[in-house]
Design a binder for this molecule. Structure first.
Ligand SMILES: [Zn+2]
Length: 258
């Protein structure tokens, strides 16, 4: 079945030793594309280099909210330049994270706004990381929706039904990761079942958040197939149907050519 992992961190050190095998297993699992996400200027440059080297890897460039206070002056201008690269399909990941509290919320917010502006200017979508900051994230999204239309993705979505509905209203898309497979996340599955199928995509967020039955191991793009199966159960569809639908959506949202 066709699959796309719309959110992977292929530049992480844990892939250093067996990168070729990771890509091989992804191909065997049916992945036609892996979208690798930058978290800093350096990481964004690395994912672009990977996307130049491997035809089935695309890049997203940005400064992760947890790294926003470590960014140097001029870093965001570099991201703006990198965003023009033909292998770059979106900007991010950006957003707000009050769980880790690695950066003052004002700085996170400022970077979030800049990423959305960049998305609106360069006509590439933005990818949102939201942790323990749903009302604040919605506030920024609503504010920016007044400046132009939003073309964005709520990544590894695990928000409330209210946040889901507000994001739907704003035209946002959703990508679903391994958390949906965890046994105790009954409510999350219920909330996700209310997302229209044409707004849904799959992701791993690897090397983090491995789905069941590989939970606890290093996550990798091939495991997106487990999440597809779980999402199929949520919607009463086969994994192949979910694979087809989410792949079609990812191609459209990220303007991927085959
Ligand atoms: Zn991520």
């Amino acid at each position: 079945m066709p699959l796309i992992d719309t959110h992977a961190h292929l530049d992480e050190q844990s892939f250093e030793n067996d990168f070729a095998e990771v890509l091989q297993r992804a191909a065997e699992a049916g992945l036609e594309r892996i979208i690798s996400v930058g978290t800093t200027v350096e990481s964004s440059r690395t994912v672009i280099a990977l996307s130049e080297q491997y035809p089935n890897v695309s890049a997203i460039v940005g400064i992760h909210p947890n790294y926003s206070s470590q960014a140097h002056p001029g870093d965001f201008e570099i991201i703006e330049e990198l965003a023009k690269h033909p292998r770059v399909v979106a900007v991010g990941e950006t957003g707000l994270d009050k769980y880790w509290d690695f950066a003052p919320i004002d700085i996170q917010r400022e970077f979030f706004v800049r990423h959305i502006k960049l998305s609106q200017e360069c006509r590439k979508p933005f990818v949102v990381h939201c942790r323990d900051a749903e009302p604040e994230t919605l506030e920024v999204l609503r504010e920016m929706a007044e400046q132009g239309s939003l073309n964005g993705v709520m990544h590894s979505f695990c928000g409330s039904a209210n946040t889901r509905d507000a994001c739907l209203e704003l035209g946002m898309n959703f990508s679903v990761g391994g958390m949906v497979t965890y046994k105790k996340n009954v409510e999350l599955r219920e909330i996700i079942s209310g997302i229209p199928l044409d707004r849904l995509m799959l992701e791993t967020d690897c090397p983090y958040l491995s789905p069941i039955p590989v939970r606890g191991q290093r996550n990798e793009p091939a495991y997106v197939a487990h999440t597809a199966k779980c999402l199929g159960d949520v919607f009463g569809l086969s994994p192949v149907e979910i694979g087809n639908i989410t792949t079609e959506n990812a191609r459209r949202v990220f303007s991927l050519s085959e």
